[in-house]
Design a protein around this ligand. Sequence first.
Ligand code: FPP
Length: 277
Amino acid sequence: MGTGPQQATGEDRKLQEKLRTGGEIPRHIAIIMDGNGRWAKKRGMPRIAGHTEGVESVRDTVEACGQLGVRFLTLYAFSTENWKRPQEEVSLLMRLLLKALKDETDRLHTNNVRIQTIGDIAALPQEVQNELLDDIQKTKDNTGLTLILALSYSGRWDITRAVRNIMHDAAAGLTEEQVTDELVGSYLSTAGVPDPDLLVRTSGEFRISNFLLWQLAYTEIYITPRYWPGFRRDELYAAIRDYQKRERRFGMVSEQVRTPPGGDTHFSRLIKSVTGL
Ligand code: FPP
């Protein structure tokens, strides 16, 4: 097993260095990969051609995130609502996912990537479930990027499931006073994962589309008109540069979040405790 992601080379390495010195690299990036169908349609190709090219975008994005030192990358690969698509497309998407996992896991493992999933995994075809379980098991001790695949996932599904489990535990003694923000977070499928710092959405739509509803409370949002199959690391770098220009106030005022040189203010400590940063 390798110890770190393969290094970027040449010009790309310089760009990555510039990003690292230009500000903070987001610890957790979440992506709504949208526009595969439109990308294909524009080229007179079947929708699946867009999904296939979308896998290339996934590959490049995962590699770049690993090299940059991003800790968590969550990809909205298949939503609860996506089950309503024509059966043929659903089945092609599942086959594509299976193939991508089979083709890529060894390389991800060599690059120290840990694979995880969120969502109703039991709803996926058995073959996909088995592959995912193998891949999660195989990469579980890796210490580089954690790649979280959101599959048969939706934010409402996640919250509803958490409420059910809280009610279940209430019957076993969990009290009303114990139900805090932190406790609710610990019942979500992302328990233990810091909330996303940056959400990227492709294809120019201004929607959250039932993604990480609870977890995106203070996330910075970057929307690009590019369709997902046309997304490559240059656009990821643009998103990170944009993120680095933002001031994250978490509901406070500007003066409160600015740390004096060398100082550690009450508010910066508060932010650290809220975000885990
Ligand atoms: C959105 O485009 C894309 C999807 C619903 C599926 C994303 C899946 C992949 C990129 C391939 C497999 C994923 C992994 C993680 C290997 P759309 O079909 O909604 O496009 P449209 O809005 O233009 O119709």
